[in-house]
Ligand binder design. Structure first.
Ligand code: DC
Length: 204
């Protein structure tokens, strides 16, 4: 079993980097944020708090994200669900339920797992831990380009979510003591991927 943990704030490039690193190494990619998003969507749909559905919803994350068997891959990326996911992720009961599922998955096989607390909480024993960062402006610009919207709006919303993610009482976003920080602001995508793959190969 090998776990490569890739944590960091929104827009640092975690998803695309983690996907590419997993493909290059032949590992499976785990998008833990998609699980928080799916819980948030389930709660919005049911009109209840996320803690009420966290233990009972069925979430499958892979190429597609399935919520109780239905494909929600696109829906979980909406601004409304992004905001709700950030709130859901601040609730200890939601985090506890997700961490159990994530640990179960990571217990077998070779993984590149991406999130905020993979190296600190979910898999503190991960062989390789990377903390991806980038300047707030660079992160907002990437998100805005992806979504085709105005970077100023993204920057403002991102600041609110960053603050909530890093100041929440339970599992706040922070780098594990033994994580390698990679600032992606001035690196190309290929350079970041190569750097992470090199870190993994150095440990094998
Ligand atoms: O990475 P993302 O934007 O898809 O994550 C959605 C939300 O879930 C975001 O507010 C951060 C939170 N999250 C978390 O708290 N812990 C994780 N391991 C992954 C995501």
């Amino acid at each position: 079993m090998t776990v490569v943990a890739i944590d960091g704030p929104a827009g640092a490039g975690k998803s695309s980097v983690a996907r590419a690193v997993a493909a290059e190494l032949g590992f499976t990619y785990l998008d833990s944020g998609a699980m928080y998003r799916a819980v948030a969507l389930a709660a919005l749909r049911a009109g209840v708090g996320p803690a009420q559905v966290a233990e009972t919803v069925s979430i499958e994350v892979g190429e597609r994200v399935l919520l109780d068997g239905r494909d929600v891959t696109a829906e979980i990326r909406s601004p409304e669900v992004s905001e709700a996911a950030s709130v859901a992720a601040s609730l200890p009961a939601v985090r506890a339920a997700m961490v159990v599922q994530q640990r179960r998955l990571l217990g077998h096989g070779h993984w590149v797992a991406e999130g905020r607390d993979i190296g600190t909480v979910v898999a503190p024993e991960a062989e390789v831990k990377v903390f991806l960062t980038a300047s707030p402006e660079a992160r907002a610009k990437r998100r805005a380009d992806e979504l085709g919207i105005d970077p100023t709006t993204v920057l403002a919303e991102q600041a609110i979510r960053d603050q909530r993610d890093s100041e929440r009482e339970h599992s706040p976003l922070r780098a594990a003591g033994d994580a390698v920080s990679v600032d992606t602001t001035d690196l190309s995508f290929d350079e970041v991927v190569a750097r992470v793959v090199a870190l993994v190969n150095a440990r094998r």
